[in-house]
Design a protein around this ligand. Sequence first.
Ligand code: G3I
Length: 324
Amino acid sequence: MSDEPTLRTAADERGFNLGAAVDPNALRNDPSYWKTLRSSFNAVTPENALKMGPLRPSPNTYDFTDADAVVNFGVANDMYVRGHTLVWHNQTPHWFQAWDYTDDQLREFLRDHIHTVAGRYRAKIDTWDVVNEAVADDGTMRETVWYDALGEEYLDLAFQWASEVAPDADLYYNDYGADAINEKSDAIYDLLERLLERGVPVDGVGLQLHALGDHPDPESVAANIERFQALGLEVEITEMDVSFPADDVPDDPLEVQADYYRSIVETCLEVGCETVVTWGVNDANSWVANFKDFPERFTTEPLLFGGRYEEKPAYHAVRDALEN
Ligand code: G3I
């Protein structure tokens, strides 16, 4: 047997949360999947099961089967559990038509949803992505069903409602494309500053870090993390994966990918960001292979484990970073 620690052991010993987004069907049906998850990671988040659409099959019912499967797996295996996500404009229920509601009814609907879901998991979920992707790519507030009905205040309300029922959970704002210092992260910084000035109970910001074509400069990621920390917020990397443009793949993609994972984990260790979640367990389960035209645009092996759960160079790079 090898004396080398597993990835999970290295993370545990460093006091670092290394996580994966989890598919409940794979968890139930594929022993290699849950064994890899349990032995290599010490943090989980449901990839889809806690979103409003999957949770709400009809207006007056909830189906917690899949969400419970992932959350309970995390709790049973002593893992850090992230909840993703209470308020988002995507993956709303198929029966949900915003125009069927007055603005006040929509507000009540959202309050009930947050109270029910965050309340159910109050003793199990450590950190919630309360609001996901509220800022558009150009830095303006994204015009969503929630924003159109309630204005920017929907964020204030969502964080307040979550804090009422899950007072011990850390409450996060989460977004993509804002990993380094850029126009969008500037806008998110301004938004969070406004929320804090209004006394909104926001604890942290999640940087998704879907590094598909573009790999944000680690130095700029570090500076970005530090400016959010200076606001009094925690920062986590919440949905990391690393691909290449399909028409611009380096000669040694696995090594370049490993180096990027390593540099981000090292950056986190340097600046005191204690959590990195990868958006899936292994390449065969990655969303990139199944999303819109992404398989034509990007390579589809973005994670630490290959399709057959083999440890990739990225796995070893992350473990090395955690050990040194
Ligand atoms: O579950 C249904 C299944 O019943 C149906 O037969 C099948 C047919 O298309 O669809 C299945 O649902 C899909 C679901 O993933 C589960 O596989 C949805 O169509 C598909 O849209 C959904 O994609 C998810 C995507 O969010 C939705 O926007 C991805 O899995 C998920 O990885 C992705 O995650 C997001 C984060 O939540 C937020 N940040 C970006 C990230 C990547 O887009």
